[in-house]
Design a protein around this ligand. Structure first.
Ligand code: URA
Length: 220
């Protein structure tokens, strides 16, 4: 696993021939990630779904359409950002990633992040968030940026619900839209991010529900 001469292209090639876990056996294409190699903002999802697996591209199904819409709402296009996933191959039937799959795939995203050096890492859903922070519920921390040092990279982490959860639950969808507005605000005003930045919405009674929604498959 080299590092100094690493490039996004060479990582993509490695991912395309990866056999580190068994997912490659059932996948059609690997989905290494795509976008602006100099992006200030990186979005990280869970794993490719059906359409991503067919096309080898991240977020091209229903979740991707919602993501595109929200990006557009805050004045961003795909070409402004980089988009990747925790897992690079689709889990069969869109099941949750297994711990051994996450650890087998981890070095790829680590190396991609090291090369891109984004200022903001926006995680989509629980599995992406748990790459960087543990012991928190997404229903409690979504939309709250925090500055983190992670494997010698420094960036603002911005956890969001997964767009698939937003598509399933109108309450989550509302939060998802609001969180994108908050993202726009903090992109413009990063100096306002403090270790205790809290959302301006009050938590509702549906938090357990929302976490349960997140536990379901997110690969739409
Ligand atoms: N869901 C994800 O988490 N990633 C994708 O690329 C598509 C759907």
């Amino acid at each position: 696993m080299k590092s100094s001469s690493d490039t996004l292209q060479s990582i993509t090639q490695e991912i395309n021939r990866c056999q580190r876990c068994s997912l490659y056996k059932t996948a059609t294409h690997a989905v290494p990630g795509e976008g602006n190699p100099h992006a200030q903002i990186v979005f990280i999802g869970e794993a490719p779904g059906f359409y991503e697996d067919q096309q080898g591209l991240p977020f091209v199904g229903r979740s991707g359409k919602l993501l595109d819409l929200c990006l557009e709402e805050i004045g961003l296009q795909r070409s402004d950002v980089w988009i990747g996933n925790v897992l690079k191959h689709r889990p069969p039937q869109n099941r949750d990633p297994l711990p051994q799959e996450i650890s087998a795939c981890k070095p790829f995203l680590d190396r991609q992040l090291k090369l891109i050096q984004p200022k903001f890492v926006v995680t989509l859903g629980r599995f992406a968030m748990e790459k960087f922070i543990s012991g928190v519920y997404i229903s409690r921390v979504h939309g709250q940026p925090r500055f983190i040092t992670w494997e010698s990279n420094e960036f603002f982490l911005f956890p969001l619900y997964h767009p698939a959860a937003a598509l399933r639950n109108p309450h989550i969808k509302k939060d998802f839209y609001q969180d994108f507005k908050r993202l726009r605000h903090y992109l413009d005003n990063p100096s306002e991010i403090t270790p205790t930045t809290k959302p301006n919405t009050t938590q509702d009674n549906n938090t357990q529900n929302k976490d349960d929604q997140e536990k379901q498959m997110s690969l739409l």
